[in-house]
Design a protein around this ligand. Structure first.
Ligand code: FE2
Length: 142
């Protein structure tokens, strides 16, 4: 019964709300929250007028840096484990797993993304650092 209620509540939330809620539950760090939102914005701007799937960028955007909470160097791998947790809780997105992993595991400068999604995601990670909201925040990644 409770599960049914949760299910119907979930169906009323949009994907950005579901992913942002997951982000806040796992960490909620203000700097990474702003970075993730600027990165998603950069991705969605890049795919305007294409048939690429925006949900990939929203999910990967909210999850890709949560691993920094545990280890900055190994954070893509840790974030990939958190992606598994997210997909366990949100099984309807499971068919996107391989592309999501390409985005999350290969987003660092040293990464070698294999898909157009991964390439856009890696570029957006850099472009997001020039977002005016990010610049105004005075946050930076060391
Ligand atoms: Fe990252």
């Amino acid at each position: 019964m409770l599960e049914e209620k949760e299910e119907s509540l979930r169906s009323k939330m949009n994907i950005n709300e579901i992913c942002e809620e997951f982000f806040h539950k796992e960490w909620g760090n203000e700097k990474v929250r702003l970075h993730s939102s600027c990165m998603i914005e950069a991705c969605l701007n890049m795919i305007k007028d294409t048939s690429l799937d925006p949900e990939i960028f929203i999910i990967a955007g909210w999850i890709h840096d949560i691993g920094r909470k545990t280890d900055v160097e190994k954070h893509p791998q840790i974030s990939a484990e958190l992606l598994n947790k997210f997909l366990d809780e949100n099984k309807s997105f499971s068919d996107k797993k391989e592309i999501l992993l390409d985005c999350i595991l290969n987003h660092k400068r040293s990464g070698k993304p294999q898909t157009v999604y991964g390439m856009i995601f890696q570029a957006a990670d850099k472009a997001s650092l020039y977002n005016n909201r990010w610049i105004a925040s005075k946050f930076s990644f060391s």
